[in-house]
Write a protein that binds this ligand. Structure first.
Ligand code: C2O
Ligand code: CU
Ligand code: CU
Length: 498
């Protein structure tokens, strides 16, 4: 029988909620200390690993993938199956994988009965291939973006980005991983056998109603899914396992660590491997961020990947992002015989620092309410014009009491400072999304190397999806020197959201 243990209730006004089966906690408690499922999750479902997407090489030598957004039904262990959306399946999508230098083409088919889009989060590519709100795919239509992979090995991801509707589409299940390799990553003695010692860990929270349906509000959920599986465990067969952590949740923050506080090795951030590995015990990921970690295991032992409360002061609506919560995420179960794994190499992928002196301008972005610099997203307005082949500093400040982060399309950036001081190691590599700490300015630097197009903008936005949908997003174009911004196409985008 399943182990049942009642969590001690802390604080007045605590609520006791009983959840359905499905391998998740039978009893969870909310209190002023937050939701706590540590030790309460019954890990009885084997972790599913998203299949690697099949691909073929076309006559022009391009690697071609097919991706179809469709409706489905998923059994999350509730009384009734949940209506979900997925790519090529019922929930989530296959892992796309390509190598630096390759040309790729993806045939995106919209099998839903409403418009969607597919954005390649973290990918450097032309704006019209980016899959943002200007590249909407109508029901029944096929959209076939193509580009050359011109960036280092990294753990990227893809998800819809339709204007004002992103939260709903991602929450229903449209998301997947996009892994990039390069010569360097292939030559490093890191765990790299997909699904064996190199594991995608797509972390999402969901709230179910009594009929097993997803609650689609903007709050956090009490059930953690990893690769779409609640109460998941992973059988570890090697001394070291690499976890590609992706926070694919709509609004929840995670501070990952292991249940016995053992250190793990951080090897990569959003845009690729770090110059050197770092031993640490916690890694914080806001929505959209990724981290690659290597965990060492002893034969026969179990340890749980857990999210610990996040230490952030002055956040008023912290309950909303779940920063006080303690959540069991994934159990790692080592087999009684483990295959040998080499030590993590001392040198990973050197990164050339972008010097602040090379920046041609410093732009300021203030986030407050659901606005950036006092404006809500307008599909017809270009907010910033960047010149191709220049480097810029962006200064981002959060000016309200809510949790926000900041994501930039097109580029991977480097973090110059957080609150005036040098960033911690987890922010020392390539990033495309960064948490905005309260009352502290984040300074980032990026080079907008190529892909000028005056008419098609890239986005920058808060990656808390309900904020993004409510307008906390802006648009920039990259133009040739001396060129002016053109006019973005707003055909067919009449919805406004408040
Ligand atoms: Cu992952 Cu513009 O988003
Ligand atoms: Cu993106
Ligand atoms: Cu926000």
């Amino acid at each position: 029988m399943r182990r049942r243990r009642v969590v001690a209730l802390v604080g007045a006004g605590a609520v006791l909620a009983v959840c359905g089966g499905g391998g998740v906690a039978t009893l969870v408690a909310w209190s002023q200390a937050g939701l706590d499922t540590a030790g309460q999750v019954d890990f009885r479902n084997r972790l599913a690993v998203p299949p690697l997407a099949e691909s073929r090489i076309d006559r022009e030598g391009r690697r071609v993938f097919d991706l179809r957004a469709q409706e489905g039904r998923t059994d999350f262990g509730r009384d009734e199956a949940t209506r979900t959306w997925g790519f090529d399946g019922d929930y989530l999508g296959p892992t796309l994988r390509a190598k630096r230098g390759e040309r790729v083409l993806v045939n995106v088919v919209n099998g839903l009965d409403e418009p969607t889009s597919v954005h390649w989060h973290g990918m450097h590519l032309p704006a019209r291939m980016d899959g943002g709100p200007h590249q909407e795919v109508r029901p029944g239509a096929t959209w076939s973006p193509h580009w050359t992979v011109g960036q280092p090995a990294a753990t990227l991801w893809y998800h819809p980005h339709p204007h004002g509707e992103t939260a709903k589409h991602v929450l229903r299940g449209l998301a997947g991983m996009f892994i990039l390799d390069d010569e360097r990553s292939e030559g490093l003695a890191l765990p790299r056998e997909y699904g064996v010692d190199d594991i995608p860990v797509i972390v999402q929270d969901r709230q179910f109603d009594s009929r097993g349906r997803f609650r689609e509000g903007s709050g956090t959920g009490d059930t953690i899914l990893v690769n779409g599986i609640p109460g998941a465990y992973l059988d570890v067969r090697t001394e070291r396992v690499r976890l590609r952590l992706l926070n694919a949740s709509n609004s929840r923050m995670y501070t990952f660590g292991l249940s016995d506080d053992r250190p793990f090795t951080l090897i990569g951030s959003d845009g690729g491997l770090l110059p050197a590995p770092h031993s640490m015990t916690r890694i914080r990921l806001s929505p959209g961020e990724r981290a690659e970690i290597v965990v060492g295991m002893e034969a026969g032992e179990n340890v749980t990947l857990r999210s610990f409360p996040t230490n952030l002061h002055n956040i008023l609506s912290d309950r909303f992002a779940g920063i006080r919560d303690m959540l069991d995420v994934l159990q790692l179960r080592a087999e009684s015989n483990l295959a040998r794994s080499p030590e993590v190499p001392a040198v990973l992928a050197p990164i050339e620092p972008l010097g602040p002196a090379s920046a041609v301008t410093t732009r300021k972005f203030a986030l407050s309410g659901r606005q950036i610099n006092g404006e809500r997203m307008d599909m017809g307005r270009i907010d910033e014009v960047v010149t191709r082949d220049t480097t810029e500093i962006w200064e981002i400040t959060k000016e309200d009491g809510t949790l926000h982060n900041f994501h930039v399309h097109d580029v991977q950036f480097q973090v110059l400072s957080v609150g005036g001081v040098k960033p911690p190691v987890e922010l020392s590599g390539w990033k495309d999304t960064i948490l905005l700490p309260p009352n502290e300015t984040v300074r980032i630097i990026a080079r907008f190397a190529d892909y000028a197009d005056p008419d098609v903008p890239y986005m920058y936005h808060c990656h808390i999806l309900s904020h993004e949908d409510a307008g906390m997003m802006g648009q920039f174009v990259v133009v040739e020197p001396g060129q002016k911004a053109g006019r973005p196409d707003t055909q067919g985008h009449h919805k406004s959201h408040g």
